[in-house]
Structures are given as C-alpha cells and as structure tokens.
Design a protein around this ligand. Sequence first.
Ligand SMILES: Nc1ncnc2c1ncn2[C@@H]1O[C@H](COP(=O)(O)OP(=O)(O)OP(=O)(O)O)[C@@H](O)[C@H]1O
Length: 267
Amino acid sequence: MSASPMEAPLLEAPLLEASDLALRYGAVPALDGVSLAIWPGEVVAIVGESGSGKTTLLRVLSGLLPPDAGSVLYRDPEGRAQRLEAMGEAALRRLHRTDWGFVHQNPRDGLRLGVSAGGNIGERLMATGARHYGSIREAAIAWLRRVEIDPARIDALPRTFSGGMQQRLQIARTLVTHPRLIFMDEPTGGLDVSVQARLLDLIRALVADLGLAVLLVTHDIAAARLLAHRILVMRHGKVVEEGLTDRVLDDPQHAYTQLLVASVLAA
Ligand SMILES: Nc1ncnc2c1ncn2[C@@H]1O[C@H](COP(=O)(O)OP(=O)(O)OP(=O)(O)O)[C@@H](O)[C@H]1O
C-alpha cells in the first residue's frame, strides 16, 4: 500500500524514540531518565566510561531488556508507530530478522562459528523467506566482496578467520537483509588499532552507501567522531550532554564531557 500524502509526514518522524527510560540493578541505577530519538539515516553514538549504562541502554532500545519504566517507540517502514513493550516476542524477533540488525562486540555472539561464511550470510536471508539456493549463494558472494573477504573463503568456517574478518562477516550477515536500523555495541572493541581503522572505514562507507540509521555504543571517542552525526554522553545512567558530534567534541559543555575529551587528547 503506498503512503497517501496525509501519511507522508510520518516518514519524517524519528525511527526510534525513547522516553524516560529507567532500569536498576539492585541499588545501581543503570538507566535513570534517559530519552532519545534517532532519525532515518542518522548515526548516533552513545559514549561514556565503563559502567555508565551504554550497553544497558542499547539492550533496552533493541527490546532485548525490558526497562523498569519508560517506553520505546519504533516506526515501521509504513510509518506506523509501535511500542516495543506492547509488541509480542514473535513480532520483536521478526524486527530483529528484518528491519533491524545487531552488531556485537564479540563476533561469536553474532555469528555461528560452526557454519560456513556463506551459510552465515545465507541463513539470515533464508530467515526472511529466500529459498533459491543459487541466488542466496550469489548474494553471499556479493556481500563477502563488499566486506573485503575473498569469496574463495565462502565455504570456510569463521573460526578460521582473524578477528577483523569475523567482524566484517558479522556485518555482512547483519546487512544482507537491508535493515534500516543497526545497533552496534563496541564493534571495534578488542581489535588491533590498524584493524580497527580499516573496520571503521568500512562501516563508514557502508552506512553512507546504504543510508543506515545506526545506534553506536562506544568508549572510543575517535570512532564516534568518524562515524556519528550526533553524540550522547552518558554518566551514571543519565545522558549528561548531547549534540552534533563536532559541537560536543570541540566545545564540550558538561564537565564530564570535558574530562572525557581531555583524557583522549592526553592519551
Ligand atoms: N546483569 C547485571 N547485573 C547487575 N549489574 C549490572 C548488570 N549489567 C550491568 N550492570 C551494572 O549496571 C551499570 C551499567 O552497566 P553497562 O554494562 O550498561 O555499562 P557500559 O557503559 O556499557 O559499560 P562497559 O563499557 O563496561 O560495557 C554498571 O554499574 C554495571 O555494573
């Protein structure tokens, strides 16, 4: 069904909107009144030191963890707004298979290491209904090329790949179904600096080519500067500062952001 002119403005609305999220682990407030919105095609980085609540926020925004309070609203491709908390588990799983992608810090969490590289990409396509073996294999080859993995490795097991290759394969597996919104949790964490730089370049090119919206959790300010349009700074479960990337990093207003930026400059 095509959108009528009456509905068109909805497409200009945020893709995901969270309001007043709260979550405690015992006495620890992991999230404390967090609100945010991400727009189609926008890359938003969530930065902050270890324990500030970044991963918890990403898990709540992607429906993997229910908050104690607050809500998350997602707009589907037809412009319909849906509350994650009211969505059944099956609908949420479908979102994760189709419209959304999740890139984990550890490729082991996002890949099946005992399944071939091509199988890892192909099975995600099959989960969205693809059945034709030839075209699934063709898509897998195209995606291996796109993430700079030699297609001759299509039948190799990812456990024989380097960390950087595994991460690139995880990205191919995530993007093959053309999701609109990608959640990334420290995608370059644990990799050597030169491998990180190559991966960041690849992510930047793919995100721009495909017009993806990305929620990126990172403690790497340089990665946030390279990839993000906007930055949210978290501390003790709260967003203490947010704004356009250059503004936040070049002219930080909150004392904690100033400290975070200064510690990178000093490193
Ligand atoms: N499953 C859990 N049980 C108890 N406390 C938890 C749990 N998960 C996280 N926390 C606590 O909640 C707070 C926020 O943790 P979270 O992992 O979201 O932070 P983070 O900013 O992602 O940190 P890191 O960069 O180290 O991953 C921390 O104080 C952490 O110790």
